[in-house]
Design a binder for this molecule. Sequence first.
Ligand SMILES: [Zn+2]
Length: 109
Amino acid sequence: MGQFDGQPSIRWSLRGRTEEGDEAWLIRGIARKLYRCPGCHGDIEVGDEHTVVQFVRRLGGTDHHHWHRRCAEEILVGELTDLKRVPAAESSQSKLEARGRVRSGRRRS
Ligand SMILES: [Zn+2]
């Protein structure tokens, strides 16, 4: 990876690809309720800075999960290929949902 520290920020999100060919977007978030991290099954408390992982599926559709920053970096990022830093404005919920309505073959990068 080199130029990344594996962590999204206010300005930058990260986009990679899973083994199945889905897009995985890593977005900085602030918890507005209590979440459970899928990496360690620990709590993410209200107000905690964390990583929202949103998948845009190859065949369409999206889903997202809330991860501890460290868990996402240690568990998830290593499984992604083609990781790129993208401006955070490109990773808004509405843009990703719109992206999920188009099959990947017809998506513009
Ligand atoms: Zn965790």
